[in-house]
Ligand binder design. Structure first.
Ligand SMILES: [Zn+2]
Length: 313
């Protein structure tokens, strides 16, 4: 089964170029990058008969790899199970989720600026360390949160605006490697009635990470390639999936998010705030799993398990 996906703004490892991506049996078989889409169509004559999806000026990026997601199945499937979690992922352009990775030297949800210099020092010494932060620490500030607004409760907590800017500097200079959701949903009643001590801690943001991040990143000189690095390539590498996920190159899975960075959407729990970046289409191994608000009829994802683990079951 072959398909061709075209975008004027395709995010490749070496730049943003008009490209056509030929997908065969769910993997990228060939990438044709030229200086115009017209020239690409000329080049594609050799593939006459193959279905073409032309996304025009929408950004075509590797599917997002969210390496820190809590799916409560089995156990608390009514909070969130794989069915709902993967739909939220698909709607947000996330094509791989990892349910709480167990990596030896990975710092989860770093949120306090005080930790950054220690990380810088460790990395300068060449220590094999990766560090994540989360969408909410790069977007929300303590000053903005109204009293008793328990929907913002998360662990570690949201900090002040100065702290947030330090995290952005660290993301820009590579001290922080990746941004993940730490998606931690619950049923609405568990957020309680304004009592911070009793409310369940966690923010479910799997679906909106790209927009939340891009809205802030676009005002801080982040390129689409920076976005692809912190959302796709770095988490894929940390999880040992970089041979099949996280960037657009020949031989990897054809996982894409197609989105419009100029269009705005409105997002809850970040209520009444407009965000830049609307996801149009999410593709997993060449199959459209989400497009214009609609999902594929059935889940098309695959369970990814490390070989060492498979050999023990
Ligand atoms: Zn977590």
């Amino acid at each position: 089964m072959q398909k061709i996906f075209i975008s004027k703004r395709t995010i490749l490892p070496d730049g943003i170029k008009p490209s056509a991506i030929l997908v065969t049996n769910g993997q990228i078989k060939e990438i044709i990058s030229l200086d115009s889409v017209e020239k690409i169509f000329q080049e594609l004559k050799k593939y006459e008969g193959v279905a073409i999806e032309d996304f025009g000026n929408l950004v075509l990026m590797p599917g997002i790899v969210d390496s820190h997601v809590h799916v409560s199945e089995p156990g608390r499937t009514e909070w969130e199970g794989y069915w709902t979690a993967t739909q939220a992922a698909a709607a947000g352009g996330v094509t791989t989720i990892v349910d709480m990775p167990l990596c030896r030297c990975h710092i989860v949800h770093l949120s306090a600026k005080e930790g950054l210099d220690l990380v810088r020092e460790a990395k300068n010494q060449g220590l094999p360390l990766t560090v994540e932060t989360c969408f909410h620490y790069l977007s929300l500030t303590a000053e903005q949160i109204p009293r008793g607004a328990v929907e913002y409760k998360c662990c570690p907590p949201i900090r002040d605006a100065h702290n947030k800017e330090k995290l952005w500097d660290a993301l820009k200079d590579g001290t922080l490697d990746m941004v993940v959701s730490d998606h931690s949903p619950c049923t609405a009643d568990l957020k309680g009635d304004g009592n911070f001590l009793q409310a369940w801690g966690g923010i479910s943001s799997l679906q909106f990470g790209l927009s939340v991040l891009w809205t802030e990143a676009r005002t801080r000189n982040f390129s689409f390639q920076d976005i692809a690095r912190v959302l796709c390539a770095s988490p894929a590498k940390m999880c040992g999936l970089d041979n099949i996920k996280g960037c657009l190159k020949v031989g990897v899975d054809a996982d894409f998010v197609v989105w419009n960075p100029e269009e705005t959407i409105e997002v809850s729990p970040y209520l009444n705030k407009e965000f830049y970046g609307k996801v149009y289409t999410t593709i997993v191994r060449g199959n459209v799993v989400y497009q214009d608000g609609k999902f594929s009829n059935k889940p098309l994802g695959k369970l990814l398990l490390p070989e060492e683990f498979l050999s023990t079951i």
